[in-house]
Design a protein around this ligand. Sequence first.
Ligand code: NDP
Length: 315
Amino acid sequence: MSEPIAFLGNLDADEEAEFLAALAHAMPEETVRPFRTLSEAERSGVGIAIVANPDPAEVAQLPNLAWIQSLWAGVERLVRDLGPGSAPIVRLIDPELARTMAEAVLAWTYYLQRDMPAYRRQQETATWRQLPYRPPGTTTVGLLGLGALGSAAADRLAQAGFRIAAWSRSEKAVAPGVTGFSGPEGLAGLLGVSDIVVCLLPLTPETRGLLDAGQLAAMKPGAGLINFGRGPIVVADALLAALDAGQLSHAVLDVFEVEPLPAESALWRHPGVTVLPHISGPTTPASSAAVVAGNVRAYRASGRIPAAVDRARGY
Ligand code: NDP
């Protein structure tokens, strides 16, 4: 029997119970115990921690950690809170999460492409006006980020007939029909051809504030923006100014600098903004537990730590 795996999270009691039950079901051979139930001696024996917004002071009380499994796909907060000296951090790469996110990208792309914000505004003034139909094949969706989530979104959009452009840090082979851009110089190329820009980037020192006034001005006039990555990637004041100027037609935002979005934020009230409460790609206990179980079993069998976050890159 291996030493227990520690579970650390800032979750409510029901959520914690749900994750613990899913983990017990996915790997019955392991014992996963909340940090608070472990004695000091047990804590020093723990080699693996499974975490969801953990208290860094508690993680520091596990001196022999080999690696830390995040239950979230985005780990910028964990990387910051635990600092450079922590055990390797393994983020969640879950096909079910990628499927859910791709579904959300398609849904909100349709929302913009089928002019739903304009029809909503028309309804407010009882205006009956048919806007011209644009088939998906005449709409280019530009994906910022072509990782686990961006690739799944690209597949889903391609099946629906959209033209796709995609931007990543490194140059990569893209599927036929996808126009690939990379590096800082590639960003202007993507923004200049995209009718709808979808952000699925991680938050890193390089991506913080990336979509500022200058980059928003480089977008096609009247383009739409969907931010499902992280809030601070888009400069909110610059976005509001671009919407007011008509440079952008509408923004769908699921992520914000501060969450929950404070009631006084102008984003709540701007007619060109749709606010979503961070729901585009939720972590589901059953599928994430299956992914975690796969990682733990591979580690127990080989002693090799699963692919971890690259601290220098920030993701
Ligand atoms: P990955 O690490 O798999 O992919 C990240 C992508 O972003 C890669 O293509 C990477 O390029 C690219 N990238 C990173 N930095 C840069 C840069 N400086 N310039 C250009 N491209 C860059 O992450 P995932 O796809 O799994 O997740 C992406 C993000 O989505 C998460 O970090 C999280 O913040 C967010 N998220 C949001 C959720 C929500 O509910 N709203 C749910 C889950 C995640 P390269 O391919 O060259 O490495």
